[in-house]
Design a protein around this ligand. Sequence first.
Ligand code: FES
Length: 140
Amino acid sequence: MNRKQFFKTSAVALAGIAVSGSFLESCKKSTSGPQGPTVNFTLDLNASKNAALASSGGYVYEQGVIIARINSMTDGFIAVASACTHQGCTITFGAGSQSFVCPCHGGAYDLNGNVTSGPPPYPIKRYSVTRNGNILTVAG
Ligand code: FES
């Protein structure tokens, strides 16, 4: 291979690398919005596994969602995705701070799922909660 052939071959190889790099970049999943599973389920407030929801500040988990009792809200319940968007730890509800908190690295989210402190890069998804008697429907 002479000098001219070498430069021609190198230029073609570099162009191929640049094109494949931009292609891979465009294939990345967009993850800038609220993060959480798509769900549609019901909870029976009379079931013993949901007894924590009888008290303000109590919470339960179901299908990747944390449902908390918050009496300051009109409907009294709020549901958000339970996996922290930082590294996936399961969040809890802080009744005193009225926020969702992550025990792993101090991440915190407000009642709408927006990040208020710590390393989480994205909000968590908030779900609609409707009550019909003792049945809660969580969807979103
Ligand atoms: S996993 Fe939640 S703050 Fe790191």
